[in-house]
Design a protein around this ligand. Structure first.
Ligand SMILES: [Fe+2]
Length: 257
């Protein structure tokens, strides 16, 4: 078992990802073949138009039953399925998540937050702080894809790591999201600022990048650190367990240097 994936859009008919139950089952079968241990479905959530979580839970349960009880499957490893949401940042996010705790990832209190691609809202730092104050732990989804962070990585990333964790996409490491995203992702990896790598899968191509991304990461940081961001940290997040904050080490190392 190699991967625990906390960011996907493969729950059928929930957002711009999987379009049918058959497609979801096909993607899950591919995930099994790639040794994915656990997957969290994270449909897009816009605060003014949130997904129906009862529907998300019901669909997750249907897939759980089908994928793990499939008597035709010749793969004997089961896959653990969880649900949550990827919530687009708004200044009202802290009070919104307090009223919608079921949108946290899996069984814990980590919340996956998306930034706009071409905009850097001034309230990001305050929203993460307030989210934390309310008892939730922010994870910023693929900051390497934000155009402002690509241009001024150090300046903006400080706003995030004070109160949140960073999740980068496997596809960013392999260049699928373009040169700037790749360069920024590598910069974050080299500085030890990454806590999670996830697939952000929308379709059956989503897991084709995982092995390549894993190897790129291992080449840079070694097996132990790589397993931490591809497996152990994501698993802990889904279970609501403590994860060491990266910036503490980063600052300590800077002071020593
Ligand atoms: Fe996503």
């Amino acid at each position: 078992m190699k991967y625990v994936d906390i960011h996907t859009h493969i729950l059928y008919n929930s957002d711009d990802g999987s379009e049918s139950i058959e497609q979801s089952l096909e993607i899950l079968t591919i995930a099994k073949k790639h040794h994915v241990n656990s997957i969290c479905f994270t449909p897009h959530c816009f605060i003014n138009n949130p997904p129906d979580m009862q529907e998300v839970i019901a669909k997750t349960n249907i897939l759980k039953e089908k994928i793990n009880n499939n008597i035709n499957s010749n793969i004997n490893n089961n896959i653990n399925l969880f649900y949550g949401c990827e919530i687009m940042i708004e200044d009202t996010l802290p009070s919104f998540i307090k009223k919608n705790e079921e949108m946290c990832l899996g069984e814990g209190n980590y919340v996956l937050i998306e930034l706009p691609m071409f905009n850097y809202p001034i309230y990001i730092k305050e929203v993460l702080y307030q989210t934390r104050l309310k008892g939730f732990i922010p994870i910023i989804a693929h900051p390497e894809r934000n155009s402002h962070i690509q241009l001024e990585t150090t300046k903006h990333i400080k706003d995030i790591i004070v109160n949140g964790y960073i999740q980068i996409n496997a596809g960013s490491l392999t260049g699928r999201h373009g040169e700037l995203a790749k360069k920024t992702a590598l910069k974050l990896v080299k500085r030890n600022l990454v806590s999670f790598v996830a697939s952000d899968s929308h379709n059956d191509k989503g897991y084709s990048h995982m092995d390549e991304a894993y190897n790129i990461y291992r080449e840079l940081k070694g097996k132990e650190k790589t397993d931490q961001v591809f497996f152990y940290n994501p698993y802990k997040a889904l279970k609501g367990e403590y994860i060491e904050q990266v910036e503490i080490n980063y600052i300590k190392k800077k002071q020593k240097a």
